[in-house]
Design a binder for this molecule. Sequence first.
Ligand SMILES: [Zn+2]
Ligand SMILES: [Zn+2]
Length: 334
Amino acid sequence: MEIHCYAAMKEKARLKEFTYEPMPLAPFDIDIEITHCGVCHSDIHLIDNDWQLSEYPLVPGHEIVGTVTDVGVGVMAFEKGERVGVGWQSGACYHCDYCMRGDHNLCPDIKATCMGNYGGFADMIRTDSRFAFAIPEQIESENAAPLLCGGITVYNPLRSFDVEPHMKVGVIGIGGLGHLALQFARAFGCKVTAFSTSPDKEDEARNLGAHYFIPLTEKGALEKAAGTLNFIISTVHVDMDWPAVLNVLKPKGKLCLVGAVANPLVIPAFSLILQQKSVVGSPIGGRMAMREMFQLAARHGIKAQTEAVPMTDVNTAVDRTRQGKARYRMVLKN
Ligand SMILES: [Zn+2]
Ligand SMILES: [Zn+2]
């Protein structure tokens, strides 16, 4: 079997057609005929070798939706013809303390769908069924694909840092991650505040679930919001006035980073000590978290807002994502 895909042959290169033979079908593997694959900022970082971990040829793609076309002898969860999704993680050791607790996303032996493996900018993928997830019928494949990485990235912190319905939650950055975070925080029952440097996103942010909108372009905007929120998810990749952001938190509040800011955060110790605040981070989510996320999304009509293009236009989708022009996630369609 030959898999047809799109690969970067070197750092920052345009993607080109590429084919490969998959490894033999292992007992827990499934084959997925890919219908949709989201384009995530991490794909761009991999293509550009921003993390100095990329190996070429590199086939990006880790927001995969498609149909099961073959199953290994050990696969009990899926049958041929079922619609499934696969996100960033494609494997774990299954026996470390973290895996045993269900925190597979924290496994030291985490395997990634498109690092060390060829990913989902392709017509097929052969992958471990234990990291494939059934997609509720209420969610269209195009809107489901970005939930597999973008969605779980913002759902998991709400869940694992015990955000409760009475709380007030802020979302910094209304883009690929932020537009999903607003929807999930609203579904949790929270009062939701959107922070954005684009004042023109106010109406959209409110439609997505924000009760309040704070334009970061306004001088003193953070100061005015001081002491109002219990939990803030920051999705941005750029530097912020972090002490001012921490000042927006109530006592015991948490600032959770899911956007990978390049520069170290400079935070005065007293901004954490006096009101017992914390700065935390969160990577994707475990297998159960993924299942819960899809259930919540189906129940509350949460979906990614997408711009779909044919898989053959992969470089257009990559460019729009790299330039931050997608509203809000690009999805490739076969
Ligand atoms: Zn493990
Ligand atoms: Zn991703």
